[in-house]
Write a protein that binds this ligand. Sequence first.
Ligand code: SF4
Length: 346
Amino acid sequence: MLRIVWRHASPAYRRIDRAAGFRHFIGMVTILDRSAPLDRPRHPEKADRPETPLLRKPDWIRVKAPGSPVYRETRDIVRQHGLVTVCEEAACPNIGECWSERHATFMVMGDTCTRACAFCNVRTGLPAPLDLDEPARIGDAVAKLGLAHVVITSVDRDDLADGGAVHFAAVIRAIRSASPATTIEILTPDFLRKDGALEVVVEARPDVFNHNLETVPSLYLTVRPGARYFHSLRLLQKVKELAPDMFTKSGIMVGLGEERMEVLQVMDDLRSADVDFLTIGQYLQPTRRHHPIDRYLAPAEFDSFRTIANAKGFLMVAASPLTRSSHHAGEDFARLRAARAARPGA
Ligand code: SF4
């Protein structure tokens, strides 16, 4: 059975398209063959892309090796609860450090994403139906890990009428019920063309609403082709309009080929949307078929971005080669609250 799933068209899919006789779906539609064997590639849309050489990592990209006793405990709790983490799915370099502090970022609604961003290591394809027991298991895992602050993200679920908003809200409520003292940060998809979805999630009252812009607008068509820069920006602005006291957060990766001035423009755009917290980290290429790294930025360049972003008025800025949205999210949340409290008129 052939299923039309999402907007993207690599040469591989155009071939499937032709073979299937679906000549009218040009350019913006991907067709997945559901009769294909289960060992299909993790990123079928990238299968025909040329391999690019991986740049040698500079000395400052150093990470702690996974394997401490607490790391293993965290991994066991994740496995026992049948949960998915973005730490593993995105091959995050910080997993050794974060899991040794029991800090795992849960990825809800499955391990398969309906988008096909050029930078992302998460599996792509047609996801399984929602697991309605997942919110309760997440709540239980958060309580067992004793988390003061938790970050919840998800795959994109363009296949669902609400983009997964009701499920996201259910996860927030389940955590509140199982672990009332835990503060909750969510990192959501863009809910593009899902009217009313954002309102459902905001109504569940997470403490921090994060949605990453990921890159500068000029790179959207190559890096994040299924998304729209101004839609993502508007989403963040709307969160503030719906819940003025909710913290908002967004982040970008650098090293994808953006110009410095474009990064400064993104900062201004985010301030116009009243975003509180900005993260900037180095892009790392998951495989040779993902978007190539244009360059590794030196730590001093991140320092400079941090200084400028602070001057532009963000409450908090995290900028370093290994900064990720969820890295040190608990400590950063405490500092975010303190920064708001210290602002004149707070
Ligand atoms: S930075 Fe975030 S995604 Fe990476 S290991 Fe830490 S919690 Fe997981």
